[in-house]
Write a protein that binds this ligand. Sequence first.
Ligand code: C2E
Ligand code: CA
Ligand code: CA
Length: 729
Amino acid sequence: MKNKPIIIICSILAIGIVGMTMLTYVNFVRGSLWEKSVYDILESTTAEQKSFKLYVEKDVENLTSILKGVSFEDEEVKISILQKLELEGINYVYVNLKEKTFINNSDKEQLPDEEVEKLKAFQSDKGIIKPYFNRNTGVKMVAVYVKSGDELIIKETRADYIAEQFSLSFYNDLGFSYIVDDTGNVLIRANHKNANRTMQNLFDIIDLEGNDKKTVKSFEDALLNHQKGYALFNYHDDANVFCYVPVGDIDGWYIVSIIQNDVIMTQANHIIIFTIILSLIIIGAIGCIVFIYRHDNRKHKNEIMYLAYYDTLTNLYNYQKFKEEGNKKIKDNSKNWAVIYIDIAGFKIINDLNGYKYGDKILKNLAGILSDSIPYQGITCHMTADKFLLMCDYKEKQDLVDLCAKIYQKFYLDLKSDGIEKERVMKFGICCLEDMIEIKNIDRLIDGSHLALTEVNMNRKDYYCFYNYTMRERIMEEAAIESKMEKALENKEFTLYLQPKYNVQGSHILGAEALVRWIDKSGNMVMPGDFIPIFEKNGFILKLDEYVFESVCEHLAGRIKKQLPVVSVSINVSRLHFYQADFLERYLNIKNKYRIPDYLLELEITENILLEDMKKVQEAIVELQSNGFICSIDDFGSGYSSLNALKNLSFDVIKLDKLFLDNTNNTERSEEIIKSIIDMAKQINIKTVAEGIETNEQLEFLKKTDCDMIQGYIFSRPLPIHEFEKLLN
Ligand code: C2E
Ligand code: CA
Ligand code: CA
């Protein structure tokens, strides 16, 4: 867009230059073609001049021999010879100046004195006599004579006959000639339609038309000086070219050819028109080529732009373009802006179960829903995999909630129509610019929306969450925890607590679960809920779990050594371990190092891991069991695991999730479900532990079932090791 004025200026300049060049060219062509035409006319005039000269010379030659022939003959013979020579329009006359007589084709007559004087005055003994009117016929005649002493022979020819003989026209009869004397008097005129019949002198017409005095003068001078040349004069309202050539031997006679300037320019004009048309065609062709090139170029550019700015799968903006556009929008202070981070719940499973093609279809569907739902000013992008971003303006925050609900509902129905029914299909993290205290830019907005999204994950009641400043504070706290964790492990700030597992009657301790506590130097206790999720994110959990595992082994080994009673202890194992190639090896090494007998160590694996890779987990469980570990599934019932899935896995223990038993809303139904789980577990030889049992009601219910163990505050909280040991002893 910026180049537009430049393009316009360049185009005008180019048109100007081409125009000027054409004009110059046209002028050049006209000039040179005109010159060539004038030269041609001069040539043809010269040719006329030559043939006229030859005609006269021939006459002179003939007359000379005639004169010789008739000189000594008597009168009768002279008359008969002259009679014989006579032709249509041509007479021969014999003159004797001494006798002052003349003889023609019929008789001898007396020549008047003035005529005798005139003939005597001829300087040359041969030549041409200016046209005159025949005394008898009154016809204009031109005569050629030869003189020898007092005798002359004259050949009289009708002027119009000569004009006819020399045609005196040229250029396809478009031009004509006059024979004039050196003062411009017309001697012989062409029988041409354009030739003036009355004009006596050339200068009469030239002067009449108001021609340039200087040009007229130089024409006059040229004639007087026997020069050959051309001049341009107005005549009959048109410009005419006058080409003049002296006849030569005949003193002061000229042939002047006249032709309309327009006529000789016609050919030039044809060439010029042809040239202009050709030029226009060439310019047009070049224009077409440039247009096609630019069009192609633009298309290519558009394609590149598309690749650079759009996501090819969904046709939405890509992340980069979204940020670019988002930053522009933020600058508009007149509106409230929000970024919504959208995440499809369990997309990986959908992908795994239905194939990537279906996964792509879902992403495209959602992209379509987003495009249809965003308000006028909004933009949206496909970020990665199942993550989308949306930015829009709003009046009240409720507008955003409504927008999310609308998107959610459409997407839910889409999945449902495909036979996929899920409790929650997607999550929204919403970050409003007005809630940002810190620097306000698109990156911060996206960060904020992502923070809000992780918050949805934590409290499972809703599918959206708004960003607020405390989230940022939590991030700060997380950062603080991360900065302290390594040192805390070195300083043994992580302390092992054990929570006993009882039989349903509460009379015997059958086992314990190792739960970690972070007690810093000043004695503050931090609960695992505050740091485990962070360690799971940053991987530090691998170190901590191993530390807890070793602490348990140390505790058991100590008691075994003292021959004190022991119970099996379960240790929580983060799912990250299953992606460590040396996990089993490391744990086994520790177990062996402390010589812990088989089946005293139990590994609790959280139910969520089953979502990720069932096959891998099953393989790991078998390995662990064959190395003397008890394997339990933790938090069973909190997520998606079904009883069916359990059948395919060889867990030794099921730990029923606390929430599962907490469910007081639908007691009867949930009790039934719990009962059937316990029954089924029993059938396939799996032990059951009920977690988080706090009330007598819960306990009474469990007593009616075959539940093997109770772990809950009702019997004991997690205890420091020495307290647990006291209890066990
Ligand atoms: P979990 O594995 O489900 O552990 C049981 C949690 O329930 C413990 O919380 C325990 O204190 C609590 N609890 C037991 N009985 C009751 C009860 O009657 N009522 C209530 N309200 N709570 C009860 P804790 O110790 O805060 O641990 C929380 C979670 O942190 C654990 O859940 C576990 O997932 C994780 N965790 C704790 N220690 C470790 C560890 O060493 N490694 C790993 N990876 N995770 C650990
Ligand atoms: Ca546990
Ligand atoms: Ca648990």
